[in-house]
Design a protein around this ligand. Sequence first.
Ligand code: ZN
Length: 187
Amino acid sequence: MTNTKKILVERTDPVLRLNARKIEESEIGTKKIDTIINKMKLAMHAENDGVAIAAPQIGESLRIFVVNGEVLALTNKKKVVPNQELFDLVFINPEIIKTSKKKKKMEEGCLSVRWLYGKVERYEKVTLKAQDQNGKLVTIGASGLLAQIFQHETDHLNGILFIDKAEEIEDLPPTTDLKSKHEQKAK
Ligand code: ZN
């Protein structure tokens, strides 16, 4: 294991509680922003259960989040072929512009809040508007896990952690041999 784990800030770091700032048009595509995005991907992939990550989780108070390409493939019901290159999706200045009326309680965990898990009420479907790494505007409709991820990550950009909203919070460190619980994904 490399020291990539240390990229993630501590749970008590005030950066996790800030309202992250918008990325200016002139910043998109710069070395500075691309380096931050690469660092986010590294930190996410260093965790077995990392499905997504927001910039504040690595100490950058910026409106960026990344979703693991493997999760995207699975939510699109595509078969993941071993050694297939999967592209992580980058969202800059993301905004949830539409939600379903229906909500659902979903199991949640977070890379920044180890090792807590709980149930959070999330909209079943959301529409996200954002810019990609090149600044192109994208609008994506999502349901299920991806919709949950979009809401969890948008919360991060607004200084909100899932434990602020969760019910039935349990502390399940990996040593407690609760295998099935650890198949849950952390964001
Ligand atoms: Zn999180």
